[in-house]
Write a protein that binds this ligand. Structure first.
Ligand code: HEC
Length: 173
């Protein structure tokens, strides 16, 4: 093999590589430019716990007070969603933090939930999904939750107030 052929070979070997490097750099540049754009894209399909899936619903202090009344005096969410002390009283230091299901089915039921999940502080779904649950009884998977969770049919205003109160709950750890 002559030296000329060798360097020729070397060149033809090198140049596609450097083209590739340049191409990759350009690609990187494009994706970096597009990155901020993709952040403004329409919300992703809703799923449980996705807080970015819709605008959050603004709340007022009046709603928080009304929501507290509905949660504590009418719908009794803490009876299931707040854990209990050894003597059976509600452990308010862990308000709405989720609890082992206190109520048992009258007949053996494999599908009975073992837990009422945490709902206070940072609700488990986005605002739209929480309001949908409280006004229609339908959860993020398109189905009703299992009993003893009640398929509530609140008015939109009541559901918003409940949500406002749930968000306001401060949990002590
Ligand atoms: C009688 C008991 C009971 C009461 C009262 C109750 N819940 Fe529940 N809740 C449950 C149980 C049990 C589940 C779990 C259901 C399941 O796993 O299918 C649940 C599930 C939920 C979930 C879904 C949480 C998740 O992460 O999957 C939300 C939200 C919720 N409840 C909100 C409320 C609100 C708000 C109230 C009051 C307005 C309330 N619940 C009253 C028992 C109750």
């Amino acid at each position: 093999m002559t030296t000329a052929r060798k360097s020729n070979l070397l060149l033809s070997h090198l140049s596609p590589k450097s083209h590739l490097a340049a191409f990759l750099l350009i690609l990187l540049g494009i994706s970096l430019t597009l990155l901020p754009l993709s952040a403004q894209q329409p919300p992703r399909p809703q799923r449980k716990g996705d807080k970015t899936a819709g605008p959050s619903v603004p709340t007022t202090s009046g709603e928080v007070a009304r929501g507290k009344y509905i949660v504590e005096q009418v719908a009794m969410c803490p009876q299931c969603h707040t854990p209990r002390n050894a003597d059976g009283t509600l452990d308010h230091a862990h308000e709405l933090e989720g609890a082992a299901e206190f109520f048992q089915p009258p007949h053996p039921d494999q599908n009975w939930p073992l837990k009422a999940p945490r709902i206070g502080g940072d609700p488990p779904a986005n605002d739209q999904d929480m309001i949908k649950l409280l006004t229609t009884g339908i959860w993020t998977d398109g189905k009703t939750l299992r009993l003893p969770m009640m398929p509530f049919r609140m008015s939109e205003a009541d559901a918003k107030a409940v949500l406002a109160y749930l968000k306001s709950v401060k949990q002590q750890h």
